[in-house]
Design a protein around this ligand. Sequence first.
Ligand code: SF4
Length: 324
Amino acid sequence: MKPLLEIKGLEKHFPIKSGFFKKTTGYVKAVDGIDLTVYPGETLGIVGESGCGKSTTGRTILRLLEPTAGEVWFDGKDLAKLSNEEMRRMRKDVQMIFQDPYASLNPRMTIRQILLESLEVHGIGTAEERKRTVEEIIEVVGLRKEHLDRHPHDFSGGQRQRIGIARALVLKPKLVIADEPVSALDVSIQSQILNLLKDLKKEFNLTLVFISHDLSVVKHLCDRVAVMYLGRVVEIADKKTLFENPSHPYTRALLSAVPVAKPKQKRERVILQGDLPSPANPPSGCTFHPRCPHVTDLCKTQSPRLQEIGGGQAVSCHLVQMGG
Ligand code: SF4
């Protein structure tokens, strides 16, 4: 099957400026050479600790941040090379759901105006068709028509996220990037929004990139999962393989902190030493080496490459690649 989204060598480096003349003295390598493929109809999860570059990856794919290098092939076009006008037109097909929908909803507009605006900007349908589409989508996300004439501040956090989802879906995009869409919500509301996304995924045959720091949330929704550490993908596999047979020591540590349903399957808890190093000054060799319980001399000097180890699972670790 042809991928819908193919990312090759994507980088996003932020300059560090200092001194009176604001000279560039270094770079924060938030995204440092990522390759990812997303197939039509699948949900790819991107997980990692806060600061690992997962949100920057999402924003760079959509050109909300300009990539430093790399290619983002979507529907036969390299998004990284499109002009601003071409990208504006392309946004109809690639939409984003944000962590904090309130910040992205104009407080002075009613929900009807917000949803209509998206359709009008892209010249979709007649006035009558747009009205109908808006009234349909609000019900699809579990709200009612009368909600359309209220303002964002009239809604709870969970309802606002439903509006954020409606705004992303009203354009019938081919790809949706959801950046931590439930992490600002109460746990009870989180599961409602996740179930809604799961239903919508089926109903609209959505292709979704789902960014989260929470592996249990990712498990609920995703088909494949990419684990990021310091701006790079360290492991990628289908969900079952990743959860049952995690191979990278970092993935194992992350997973060991996730509660399991059956206590008999309890995994040995791996406590990660130290904090996530600064992406402005990443460790040499394998960037995970200062925290890795299996570190060797080779790890300190040579950066491992992401390599397929079978069954679609790829891992970036010397130990795993040597069959350890
Ligand atoms: Fe640990 Fe070495 Fe593998 Fe890095 S390459 S994860 S330091 S064993």
